[in-house]
Design a protein around this ligand. Structure first.
Ligand code: SF4
Length: 107
């Protein structure tokens, strides 16, 4: 389960929720418009320590609300596992709420 190191998913979700509501500054820009730019963000994520949860949020550009054109959300993203409330992009592998967003968003 990625970098969550066996920690309970609810605990990790609560940690992320807190960091985001405390105003963690994340890299929402630039949005990767091409496959190359997308791959570059993934490379940055892979370079992190496996347990660097905050690093993943920062590089991923996480926000705890809809974002961008048309108010994009995890809910509509191809990586969102609706029944688990989970981001299944291997480089992220984190619990997420349906109305959050990150810059790896994809439909
Ligand atoms: S890739 Fe980003 S937008 Fe998509 S489900 Fe994961 S965290 Fe949400």
């Amino acid at each position: 389960m990625g970098g969550t190191s066996g920690k309970d998913q609810d605990v990790v979700l609560a940690e992320i929720t807190k960091m985001l509501s405390d105003g963690l500054k994340t890299q929402v820009e630039p949005f990767p418009d091409s496959a190359q730019e997308f791959a570059k963000v993934l490379d940055e994520l892979r370079a992190l320590e496996p347990d660097d949860l905050k690093g993943r949020l920062v590089i991923g550009g996480f926000v705890d609300h809809p974002y961008g054109p048309g108010d994009q959300r995890c809910q509509e993203c191809i990586y969102f596992l609706v029944h688990k409330k989970w981001c299944d992009l291997p480089e992220l592998s984190v619990p997420v709420e349906p109305d959050w967003w990150c810059r790896l968003w994809k439909i």
